[in-house]
Design a protein around this ligand. Structure first.
Ligand SMILES: [Zn+2]
Length: 144
């Protein structure tokens, strides 16, 4: 394993499915970050074989509902003074607003632009969500 400097105060996003790290890196806008970010691709993992890790040396706000939607198997470690003070296990959120977009042309959200796109989790295994208004189904794969 590469030796990567410890972070002082910040966040470690661990157990990212190998190859998915860049998606999260871009979503968080880390390419433009004015603080140290370590992005490890294909790290060895006992549990997963290979995984991606993102270490952020800054206390940034992360929407855990969206992160859970991207990948519910991720672990988030909160670091204070170089020690893990909190471990957050993610899961698929029960309800998301304006994260998944309904593509049904007959849905109210297609004509009423003020209406928020609200989806409810219907199947945790497949990551399937149902539109609140038209019952159209979307999956976590539809989130970009
Ligand atoms: Zn809809």
């Amino acid at each position: 394993m590469l030796n990567i400097a410890k972070i002082k105060n910040g966040i470690v996003i661990d157990h990212i499915k190998a190859g998915q790290g860049l998606r999260i890196f871009n979503w968080l806008g880390l390419g433009k970050a004015p603080y140290t970010v370590a992005f490890v691709v294909n790290a060895e993992s006992k549990r997963m074989g290979r995984k991606d890790i993102i270490k952020i040396d800054n206390e940034i706000k992360i929407d855990f509902a969206v992160l859970g939607l991207i990948d519910p198997n991720i672990t988030v470690n909160i670091i204070e003074n170089e020690k893990v003070t909190e471990k957050i296990r993610l899961r698929l959120p029960e309800r998301v607003e304006n994260v998944l977009i309904c593509r049904n042309p007959r849905c109210i959200t297609a004509t009423e632009t003020y209406a928020p796109h609200i989806f409810h989790l219907v199947d945790e295994k497949t990551g399937t969500y149902r539109c609140e208004y038209c019952d159209d189904l979307r999956t976590t794969e539809d989130f970009r």
